[in-house]
Design a protein around this ligand. Structure first.
Ligand code: SF4
Length: 370
C-alpha cells in the first residue's frame, strides 16, 4: 500500500489522520511544525514525538520529497537551482534567487516553483514549452520545492555579520524565504486546485507563515483561472505573461492566446483589479527582432494605458531556441516608450544565466541527455 505523503495533507487532514491513530489534537500541531517550521525530511526526525507514535505514523505515512539529482550555484552564489526527480521519474526544477539589495529591509530570498512537469502552453522561447505537457504536480510536490530551499537556508549558524544574501549562499546563517513565485515549469492556473492548496499551506500562520502578498502566481493568460483567483480570500499577486501587444504576434509568442485573446484577457484583468484592487504585473520577455521594436512599445503603452499595472521587461535568456537577447539600448528605448504612457516598468535583473536558471532549461537538457 502506498503511504500518504504528509506534504500532500492540509492541516485538518493531518489532524484527522492523527485522530484516527487515537492521538490528541496537539499532535497535529507538533507534526505540522516539524514539516513547515523545521523542514523535517522524515518522520524519524520528529524526535519530540514518542517512539510508538513515530512508528505508527510511519506505517501509514511518510515525508516524501523529490530527490535532488543536481544542484547548481551561480558564479556570484546568489542563484541556486535544484533539478528534482519526482517519484515517477519525472524531472522538474526550482530556483532560489537571493537579492542583496543593500538595505536590510529590502533583502529578498525568492523561490521560483514549478507547478507542472512540462507545459501544454508551448511558448516558443521557453525550454519547458518545448517539452510538452507531462502531468500536474501534487500540492505536496509543489510545497516540497519551497521546503527543500528553506531547509538549506536554515541549516546555519545564526547571528553572523556578513551580507545576509552572501552568507545564506554559503549556508552560514538562518534566513527565511521571503517570497515565492509560481513561475517555474508549467502553467499554474491549469493546475489550480493543487496550486491553491499549496498557497494556503505555505500561508498557514501555524506553519510556514508566508504572507499572501509575498506570493506571486504567474499565468500565460488562463482567463477562468484569473477570474477564480479574483474570488479568493488570500490576496496573492498576479503576474500575466503578455509578451506581445496584439493577437497576431501573441498567437505565436503565447499560443494559448488563440483560446484567450488579448481583448478578453484585458477584460479579465480589469475584473480582477475591480475585485481585488491589486496591481497586476505584466511580464514581457524581449526577443530581439520579434517583439522589441519601438512600434510595439507604443502599441503596448496604448494597450495598458490607464490600468493600475506594472510592466516587467525581461531580456530573453539564451536557450536552445532560436531567439536572441536584444542589446541594452534597445531594451532601454522600449522601456522609455512604455513609461511615456504613464506605466511603471522595470527591467528584470538577470540572474543565473550560466546555470540555465530560466524555466525548464536544465530539465530540457537532462531530457535530451537521457
Ligand atoms: S513560458 Fe510558462 S506558460 Fe509558456 S510554455 Fe513555458 S512554462 Fe508554459
Amino acid at each position: 500500500m502506498t503511504r500518504t505523503n504528509l506534504l500532500d495533507l492540509s492541516h485538518p487532514q493531518l489532524a484527522s489522520l492523527l485522530a484516527e491513530l487515537g492521538e490528541p489534537a496537539y499532535r497535529a500541531r507538533q507534526v505540522w511544525g516539524w514539516l513547515y517550521k523545521r523542514f523535517a525530511l522524515s518522520i524519524d526526525e520528529m524526535t519530540d514525538l514518542p517512539a510508538y507514535l513515530r512508528a505508527r505514523l510511519a506505517e501509514r505515512a511518510e515525508v516524501r520529497l523529490p530527490a535532488v539529482i543536481r544542484a547548481l550555484t551561480s558564479d556570484d552564489s546568489l542563484t541556486r537551482k535544484l533539478l528534482l526527480k519526482l517519484d515517477d521519474g519525472n524531472v522538474i526544477e526550482s530556483v532560489l534567487m537571493m537579492y542583496d539589495l543593500t538595505e536590510e529591509s529590502r533583502e529578498r530570498r525568492t523561490v521560483c516553483v514549478s507547478t507542472q512537469a512540462g507545459c501544454a502552453v508551448g511558448c516558443p522561447f521557453c525550454a519547458t514549452g518545448q517539452m510538452g505537457f507531462v502531468r500536474n504536480l501534487t500540492s505536496g510536490e509543489i510545497v516540497a520545492q519551497v521546503l527543500l530551499f528553506a531547509r538549506e537556508l536554515s541549516s546555519a549558524r545564526p547571528g553572523q555579520k556578513q551580507a545576509p544574501a552572501k552568507a545564506a549562499a554559503e549556508g552560514e546563517t538562518h534566513l527565511p524565504i521571503t517570497n515565492i513565485v509560481f513561475m517555474g515549469m508549467g502553467e499554474p492556473l491549469l493546475n489550480y486546485a493543487n496550486l491553491w492548496q499549496a498557497v494556503e499551506r505555505l500561508h498557514d500562520p501555524q506553519g510556514f507563515n508566508l504572507g499572501a502578498r509575498r506570493m506571486t502566481i504567474s499565468t500565460s493568460g488562463i482567463i477562468p483561472g484569473i477570474l477564480t483567483l479574483a474570488t479568493e480570500k488570500l490576496q496573492v499577486n498576479l503576474a500575466v505573461s503578455l509578451h506581445a501587444p496584439n493577437d497576431k504576434l501573441r498567437n505565436i509568442m503565447v499560443p494559448v492566446n488563440r483560446k484567450y485573446p488579448i481583448a478578453d484577457l484585458m477584460k479579465a484583468c480589469r475584473s480582477y483589479f475591480e475585485a481585488t484592487k491589486r496591481r497586476i504585473t505584466f511580464e514581457y520577455v524581449l526577443n530581439d527582432q520579434v517583439n522589441a521594436s519601438e512600434e510595439l512599445a507604443h502599441e503596448l503603452g496604448k494597450l495598458l494605458k490607464g490600468m493600475l499595472c506594472h510592466v516587467n521587461l525581461i531580456p530573453v535568456n539564451p536557450t536552445d531556441a532560436t531567439f536572441s537577447r536584444p542589446k541594452r539600448d534597445v531594451v532601454l528605448a522600449f522601456q522609455r516608450i512604455v513609461e511615456s504612457y504613464g506605466i511603471a516598468t522595470t527591467v528584470r535583473v538577470e540572474k543565473g544565466v550560466e546555470i540555465r536558471a530560466a524555466c525548464g532549461q536544465l530539465s530540457a537538457k537532462q531530457a535530451k541527455a537521457s
